[in-house]
Design a binder for this molecule. Structure first.
Ligand code: SAM
Ligand code: SF4
Length: 399
């Protein structure tokens, strides 16, 4: 089923960071401690990357005015506000921006001050996503972060001030849970501070140990002690309960918002609607079929010389992806009309364990148990889909 309307959302990737955090496998270019000096916004390396990004935006097919823009990274707050403004101008020239469009910028504590914040807001950014990760200095050290609690607190104060003044429409705080050595009491203290920050949106990610990261190496050496399943569920339960009590309801596995502050851009990814993506390592899916750009600058530059076409003739998200994105949402997925009995049989043990339920014809992960252990349910979708594809290829071979 092709998408009825062209995309109205854009993701822009800014890959620069001071250094790579121990858990992160995003497409990033670590600049070292000179990220604000010689290697900073005026450096050849950053200017050259931005000109590639401008080139990609200019050469995209045209489309209707945008309703959401997300500038992520990496650490986009390492750019100077004028560079952010120039990227927004390029998008406005290419597509136009709808009145009231949601324009989010990811910012890391210790990479900006209140006047830089005011400048990016003056350029049209109206939502900030702040990469806090933890309020505990020892944990920040363990994660390989460069900022400390005092930097995070200062950033929160500036954001709250801008929000109260009406210069900022909304903001979000990122934290990571399920960290090595994490206990319920310590996590409670983190939630106390998250709630006290008055952030109207929280993204609370479960740590994912990605291949090739420092955490991955520590795990293979047996020195990374992750919480057991029971503790993971208890942590998630505590998060959902305490945030609900504080007026932040969970609208997606990792996302909590007070009324009116759910991210419109995030919803685009999970709704199965299309989006444009520009920049090294960025994924786009303007017509439903995902296209991932190369993850290094040189390969991205070469790719731009000869980009594959993002064809509107393709179909929507493949069925397995539709189920994966659908299950992450609170409203779940509808299997009606699908030949999915084998999948339902695979899911049965999770229904018995209380992780998955059927509600008004839709299959949903229970909150918090199913959401906390969602990977085990999602993997069954992938295994089932591989079986379906294998069956299809056998039946084609035998024709
Ligand atoms: C695209 S990252 C970049 C944001 C920003 N540079 C920062 O670090 O604050 C967005 C968020 O993903 C989360 N994240 C990245 N890698 C993760 C991992 N391996 N496990 C869990 N969360 C992760 C972090 O909370 C991070 O703030
Ligand atoms: S978590 Fe953020 S700051 Fe750390 S390496 Fe990844 S993108 Fe950069």
């Amino acid at each position: 089923m092709p998408y009825p309307t062209p995309p109205r959302s854009v993701y822009l990737h800014i890959p620069f960071c001071h250094r790579r955090c121990y858990y992160c496998d995003f497409a990033v270019v670590p600049l070292g401690d000179q990220a604000r000096g010689e290697q900073g916004p005026g450096s050849r390396s950053i200017r050259e990357y931005l000109s590639l990004l401008h080139r990609e935006i200019a050469s995209a097919p045209s489309g209707p005015p945008l309703s959401t823009v997300y500038i992520g990274g990496g650490t986009p707050s390492l750019l100077c506000p004028d560079q952010i403004g120039a990227l927004l101008d390029a998008l406005a020239d290419k597509f136009g921006l709808q009145p009231g469009a949601e324009i989010t910028l990811e910012m890391d504590p210790a990479t900006f001050n209140s006047s830089q914040l005011s400048s990016v807001l003056a350029h049209g950014v109206n939502r900030i996503s702040l990469g806090g990760q933890s309020f505990d200095d020892a944990v920040l050290e363990q994660l390989g972060r460069r900022h400390r609690w005092s930097d995070l607190q200062a950033a929160i104060d500036w954001l709250m001030q801008a929000w109260r003044d009406g210069a900022l429409r909304s903001w979000s705080l990122d934290l990571i849970q399920n960290l090595p050595g994490q206990a319920l009491a310590g996590w409670d203290a983190q939630l106390d501070q998250a709630i006290a920050s008055q952030a109207p949106h929280l993204s609370i990610y479960d740590l994912s140990v990605e291949p090739g990261t420092v955490f991955d190496r520590q795990r293979s050496l047996g020195v990374l002690k992750l919480p057991e399943d029971d503790l993971a569920v208890a942590l998630m339960e505590r998060t959902t309960q305490r945030l609900a009590d504080a007026g932040l309801s969970r609208y997606e596995i990792s996302n909590y918002a007070s009324p009116g502050h759910a991210s419109r851009h995030n919803r685009v990814y999970w709704s199965g609607a299309g989006w444009w993506g520009f920049g090294m390592g960025a994924t786009s899916a303007p017509w439903g079929v995902r296209l991932v750009r190369p993850r290094t600058r040189a390969a991205y530059a070469a790719w731009l010389d000869n980009p594959p076409e993002e064809s509107i003739a393709e179909v929507g998200l493949p069925l397995d992806d539709q189920l994966l994105v659908g299950l992450r949402r609170r409203e779940g997925v509808n299997l009606q009309g699908l030949d999915a009995d084998a999948l339902v049989r695979r899911w049965q043990p999770f229904v018995e364990r209380g992780w998955l339920k059927q509600k008004a014809g839709r299959w949903c992960l229970t909150d918090p148990e199913g959401m906390a252990l969602s990977n085990q349910v999602l993997i069954e979708v992938i295994l089932w889909w591989e079986e379906v594809l294998e069956d299809q290829s056998h039946s084609h071979q035998s024709i």
